[in-house]
Design a binder for this molecule. Structure first.
Ligand SMILES: [Zn+2]
Length: 391
């Protein structure tokens, strides 16, 4: 055997044994941490991460194994990535702001084919939230959604309602958004019915903006999948509540924080509409919907009222808990249930084989939702993206 060949063989053996050792290591080990998987709570659990994946999860893992980084998780809680199910996102830095707050998916509720294409490029990129799009929301000439200065396709007949829906689906949108807002000219229920039927025939979900109770009830009757605001004009009658009770798999993104800011705005401007709920009245509507089985999801509607694309989602969750929804259900709504109801790719429950994408919170948001404000770290596919690492 030629000497260099022998050297090569020896080197290969040496390399493979180093490799073997590396395989036996974790990149990150968090010990004794409370884990909310998205489905259940695991107390005092160890979590081992390797190559961006959760490879081990359980009490007292074999800690003699080496880990590049070990974090004592006692007194901390680990959550799956969050979803903001009502945003208006225009720029990549909005997606960064979201990701740094542990929000790995956002559902845009009225954008454009251009933004969908621009922001869609950041899909699966570390440091950015995954952007899901409605494209343009469905509205009429002069209706809600046409006042923001960007060109918007509009609907003026039942035929064009059908064509609008087919156009959005051809664009590749993730769901259809309807803008039912009677403060301006708005879509008729006949046009809305056409949109819902056309989308459902093609397996696409439909959600709607509402501000009036009667509209929310009528849209639920027409078979819409979910509402992306709760109304603020009046309380449901018990008969109206039964309409929601009879729906299966119905969901609402009440944008509570937005509504609270809207009420404050009404107070300031002294232009309060004749019929308006107060803040407790709004929380009560959310509690009643939850009580009859409507799934409540978390969304904040940034940048309306100066709401940010990141940590303001925690404020929404604090309000949902204040409405009387159990903390674990609020957190499930903001994570795996959002993925389920909107048909998103993630987040998936934290388990072995899932991406190591999670938030580490000091304290216990399952007991006190305010603890969400004590964000300690965010990892996306095993990479720590918060606090922002200086190079
Ligand atoms: Zn909105």
């Amino acid at each position: 055997m030629k000497p260099y060949l022998l050297l090569f063989l020896l080197l290969s053996v040496a390399m493979s044994s180093i490799h073997g050792q590396t395989d036996d290591q974790w990149d990150l080990l968090i010990t004794d941490v409370q884990v909310f998987t998205g489905n259940e709570v695991l107390k005092a659990t160890d979590i081992g991460v390797k190559d961006g994946m959760i490879t081990h999860l359980g009490p007292q893992l074999a800690r003699q194994r080496r880990a590049s980084q070990v974090i004592n998780g006692e007194g901390y809680t680990l959550l799956p990535g969050l979803v903001n199910t009502h945003v208006h996102t225009w720029f990549p830095f909005h997606l960064q702001q979201a990701a740094q707050a542990g929000i790995f998916a956002v559902c845009d509720m009225h954008g454009s084919a251009f933004t969908a294409q621009l922001l869609g490029q950041f899909k699966d990129t570390i440091g950015y939230a995954h952007y899901y799009a409605a494209g343009s929301g469905a509205t009429v000439p002069g209706g809600h959604g046409t006042q923001f200065g960007m060109p918007v396709p509009t609907i003026d007949s039942v035929t064009s309602a059908r064509q609008f829906t087919l156009d959005r689906i051809a664009e590749g949108v993730d769901y259809i958004k309807i803008l039912r807002e009677p403060m301006r000219p708005t879509l008729s229920f006949e046009q809305i019915d056409t949109i819902i039927q056309t989308a459902h025939e093609r397996g696409v979900k439909v959600v709607s903006h509402v501000s009036r109770c009667a509209d929310g009830v009528e849209l639920a009757r027409l078979g819409i999948d979910g509402l992306v605001h709760v109304w603020f004009d009046r309380a449901m009658t018990d008969e109206e509540l039964r309409v929601f009770e009879q729906r299966e798999d119905f969901f609402i993104v009440p944008t509570t924080l937005t509504n609270m800011k809207l009420l404050a705005y009404f107070e300031q401007q002294a232009e309060k509409p004749a019929e308006t709920l107060d803040s407790l009245g709004i929380l009560n509507e959310i509690r009643r919907l939850h009580g009859v089985g409507v799934q409540v999801l978390a969304g904040t509607d940034p940048p309306n009222f100066g709401i940010n694309h990141g940590s303001d989602l925690y404020e929404e969750l604090i309000l949902l808990a204040a409405a009387g929804i159990p903390n674990q259900e609020c957190l499930a709504g903001a994570t795996v249930k959002s993925a389920h109801y909107f048909g998103l790719a993630g987040p998936l429950p934290l388990q072995v084989g899932a991406a190591a994408s999670f938030l580490l919170i000091k304290g216990d948001p399952l007991k006190s939702m305010e603890d969400l404000r004590q964000l300690e770290g965010v990892w996306q596919k095993g990479r720590r993206i918060f606090p922002v690492q200086k190079r």
